[in-house]
Design a protein around this ligand. Structure first.
Ligand code: AFP
Length: 345
């Protein structure tokens, strides 16, 4: 354990590579330090003054838990004082403008999957690092392909930091004895094909026909067009799902559906889909809305949602093919077929 390269050495080498790199390295290091504090807090669970208890709703109407608020505060404290021009968070209505001379902007989901806190499941922190545009007020209107770095931390059996600096994906694990992150897996690759799909199947009646058709192909397994069997997983925590996909392949879907407020799915473009898409593509996978590449999209509003299909490229491509199928596309616009379920596909 003591021999593996440390995150701070990795960041030191990276910081000499470009004019943005020192600021990016400092921000990643600060987020890593914050994650150690958050991991300790989560690790005490119910003993941490009812960490999972809801305190209200955030600016976008999501249920907010004590730990959401505490994680946000820890991250902002650790990032304070760094040359960051703007900081956006799921827990803040608007971005916080910082150092006008700052070369980078940071978007965070302080605690993704927080509905899993009180059942002791893996949750995480997601972050995206962008260059500062001429107008910092437009920092979070940039395409996902503008990102300089992205990553997430899983608070699970291990506290792991998954990181891309634009040249592949590396996974670091917290060595609790020394208090530092050490490289566990370098140059991670997602297998092109997979045998696992992840979707909240309870929403099937609300999906558009192309999504139903894809999931039905997975369920048909070797007896259907997929020509091989699938297994299904659904943890309800994006960081855990993507960590699994980075480890053994798979495809994750949170599509748009017919429920009120889910017309663009559930996940946020700026601080969930963009960073995860950057990581997945850097690991050789794909990330799409089902119609468009996630990294080609630019948010119009900070908390904008986006349909999300990501993971093994063969399966993402199959979902996109089904979205282009004229029969299925036509049925999306024909309410009789698409929503009421009288004619199941
Ligand atoms: P929470 O942070 O509110 O728990 O939401 C987690 C999440 O954004 C994502 O991490 C999960 O994949 C997804 O929601 C689970 O959504 P459902 O509860 O609708 O299955």
């Amino acid at each position: 354990m003591t021999g593996q390269p440390r995150l701070d050495d990795h960041l030191q080498r990276y910081s000499e590579t470009s004019s943005h790199a020192p600021a990016v390295a400092a921000a990643v290091d600060a987020i890593a330090m914050a994650s150690i504090e958050i991991a300790d807090l989560i690790g005490t669970g119910e003993l941490a003054d009812a960490a999972g208890v809801t305190t209200g709703h955030n600016s976008d109407g999501d249920l907010q838990r004590n730990l959401d608020v505490q994680a946000d505060a820890i991250l902002r404290r650790c990032l304070a004082g760094l040359p960051i021009a703007a900081l956006a968070s799921e827990e803040m209505r608007e971005p916080q403008i910082g150092d006008r001379e700052g070369r980078i902007c940071v978007a965070i989901d302080p605690l993704d999957g927080s509905s899993n806190i009180d059942v002791n499941m893996t949750v995480g922190t997601i972050f995206s690092i962008l260059p500062t545009p001429d107008d910092p007020g437009l920092a979070f209107r940039q395409r996902g392909s503008s990102q300089l770095a992205a990553g997430f931390i899983t608070y699970g059996p291990q506290t792991s930091l998954v990181l891309t600096l634009g040249d592949g994906v590396d996974i670091f694990v917290l060595d609790r004895r020394s208090g530092c992150f050490r490289l566990a897996r370098g140059a991670v690759q997602i297998s092109e094909a997979c045998e696992e799909f992840a979707i909240n199947a309870a929403n099937r009646r609300h999906w558009d026909p192309p999504v139903r058709a894809f999931v039905d192909e997975c369920l048909a397994g070797v007896e259907g067009p997929a020509n091989h069997n699938f297994n299904m997983r659904w943890i309800g925590s994006l960081v855990a799902e993507i960590y699994r996909i980075l480890t053994r392949g798979g495809v994750f879907l949170y599509p748009s559906d017919a429920r009120p407020g889910y017309g663009d799915g559930r996940l946020r473009l700026t601080y969930e889909a963009h960073p995860m898409a950057f990581i997945v593509e850097q690991a050789g996978g794909s990330a799409s809305t089902g119609r468009e590449r996630i990294l080609d999209l630019a948010a119009q509003t900070l908390h904008q949602r986006v349909p999300l299909v990501m993971g093994s490229s063969n399966e993402v491509r199959r979902v996109e093919e089904l979205h282009c199928d004229p029969l299925l596309a036509a049925s999306v616009s024909a309410p009789l077929f698409a929503r009421r379920g009288f004619f199941r596909l």
